[in-house]
Design a protein around this ligand. Structure first.
Ligand SMILES: [Zn+2]
Length: 147
């Protein structure tokens, strides 16, 4: 399997370096686990560095979307429980503490997408959904200082 993943930390941001091909199977599973681990460890600023990724298939793209949704999920501002929308699309009050205050759990950004990944993101109109940066430096600077 031509896939590698490692993590490092810079400026309070957890950087997930991915290399090779993010395709269905081991690569997608490894990426999913890495994001879960970061979330479990409370790392709410995650930068996915795609610099050395040569190819992402639809499964890999789906996993990136899942990761974004998980990291940026809406939580109760008081107790941190996940809050959901009701069937009408309105936010429920927190089931744990009844609070109506909400916030986003974390931030996830992408840096250094290669040609194929950029084309894929643009073709699927996901380029704007992800916060994509051309360099790691620029991406790190874009994370808000606030916690
Ligand atoms: Zn709550």
């Amino acid at each position: 399997m031509d896939f590698k993943l490692s993590t490092r930390r810079a400026d309070g941001v957890q950087i997930v370096d991915v290399a090779g091909r993010i395709t269905a199977g081991d690569a997608v599973a490894a990426f999913r686990q890495a994001i879960r681990d970061e979330i479990a460890n409370g790392n709410n600023k995650i930068l996915v560095n795609l610099k050395d990724v040569s190819y992402i298939d639809s499964s890999g793209l789906g996993e990136l979307i899942m990761a974004l949704g998980t990291v940026t999920q809406t939580i109760c501002a008081s107790c941190g429980a996940t809050v959901f929308k009701d069937e009408d699309g309105n936010w429920d009050t927190c089931s744990q503490c009844e609070s109506k205050e909400r916030k986003t759990w974390g931030q996830m950004k992408i840096s250094n997408p290669g040609r194929q990944v950029t084309d894929l993101l643009q073709f699927t109109k996901l380029y704007a959904v992800f916060d994509v940066h051309q360099s790691e430096q620029e991406a790190l600077a874009s994370f808000s200082i606030s916690r």
